[in-house]
Write a protein that binds this ligand. Sequence first.
Ligand SMILES: [Cu+2]
Length: 626
Amino acid sequence: MLIQPIDYFLVAWFSVAALSTAYVAWDQFRNNPEPAVMKWGFVLITLYLGPVGLLLYVLADKEPRPGTHEEFVAPLWKQGIGSTIHCVAGDATGIILAAAVTAILGLPMWVDVIVEYVAGFAFGLFIFQSLFMQKMMGGSYWENVKKSFMPEFISMNAMMAGMAPVMSILMMGRDMRAMWPGELLFWGVMALGIGVGFAVAYPFNVWLVFKKLKHGLMTQRGDGEAEEKSSASADGKHAGHGEQSGEHSGEGGELPPALAPTRPQIAALASFTAILLLIGYAYPFMKVNMALSAHEVGDVVMPPGMIMDFDTPAAAMQDMAAVDPRKVSFSAAPDARGGAVLEPRIEDGVKVFDLEASIIEWSILPGERVQAYAFNRQLPGPTIRVTEGDRVRINVTNKLDEGTTVHWHGLIVPNEMDGPAKVTQDPIAPGDTYRYEFTVGQNGTYFYHSHDHSDRQQTLGLYGALIIDPPPDAERIEADQEYTIELQEWLKREWLTYPAMPMEGGMPNFFTINGKAYPETETIRMKVGETLRLRFIGSNTNSIHPMHVHGGPFEVVARDGETLAPSQRYLADTVNVAPGQRYDVVWPALKPGKWLIHCHIPHHTTNNNVEMDGGGGLMMVIEVAA
Ligand SMILES: [Cu+2]
């Protein structure tokens, strides 16, 4: 499934690459008088570089008119392209195979880049240079290996000096799906790396081919095996590898003494490209964490702006990563509302509730869908409403692909029922169910939330209200209506939902009351003279929200579930609801009209920084009739 714009781009790119490759293959094998090894070189390069490969083929190698190939390919720049293609086709094939195998084995990136060099070099030297070229070069296989070693070393160093940093930085960049061969992005990064490697290796190949240390483009006419055999003799019929002569040769060939390569020249180039290679390898080690493997982070997409260093651990990336849209198991209707009161089953006098955590898609605004973690496929999770003195049992089933637990925030429960992962219990494994059971000894406004990787799980939606009514004969707070407000912050960018966090790249850009942003929040309808009990729940995880009500003060009657004694109650028009806190306030409807409830941090009353219909985010309306 395509989840990012780059995925669509790559589908288009590789479609063009496939067409380009088909054309180059067809034309090479049907019309072009190149030796087979070069035909394959161009086909592979076009597969990797798409239209760029096609361009190189048409401009440098495709015979323009019958009988003109020898003359057409003679210029040095074209010979350099032939030589580079030959090198890159071999090396890149080895590198790609190595990258795919090390990713599948879950080896860290630093091992990956070393194996890639070895594999690329071996593939290029032992197969593409020595084996495929043996017919043209003459001599034994090992003579060819020996002769090819130094030119291959120089060319491979240059190629990898360009390719290694591009691959490493992009694979371990924001979208680390690039580390996994099952993703199109992996192949896109490989293609770009090969392109950069090609560009870096090209000037060195021009020199090598000029000095007759490497082959450039060649011409091979006629057909049948007789032709193939005679090619070893390299007479004028097979003019090529260099404009001056059809003679293949090792060092120097027929170049005049002033131009023939010397040992110091070769040594200088070998050392220089080795230094380039070291720089190309050193750079990613200073930028990204090369100790990580595709098994750890090969499926994460990081939020734009997250600071990632060479020592950022895999766990930090997994925690901050986007919810994978491919893991969504349920898509809620756009008008679905969360926080529905969950009806219990009564078993032997115990109120039994079932909660199930899974990944859903949820609309916070028309057209604005988020991927969320949710209990019972709704946001917030269902409201559990019980009475003080009840015995309750809550079966929590985990349908995520990571562990989870539930904590009953503010309640006095047996320690093993409290929920902190790895402290009082093992996380509930994917597919498992944990039974929480306790007797409720308090009353007021509480809530429940995930206590395993809360930074991620609660932030993404694993929470719900827990309202406990006082026993029938006890004193209660009187109000004509009541409404519960559960807060949440969201980070949604470039089609993906990330857990909002108070750190670089994690700042939220959407805010919801009961899973909806204004103007999609509910409207409370009252009559003048009525009272409204608001239960504010700090189910959010980032900010303190100063929640303000228009139209006159309210009375703060309870804090964190504890009812205040009448003498402690006070009038106010704003309460600072911090993460984890609850405030119960009673607001009298004094005058008719539309009165707002909203957070007083104005950014929190926008939707992705946009004010819609007078606000957004943490805002809702009380409509009071006369
Ligand atoms: Cu706020």
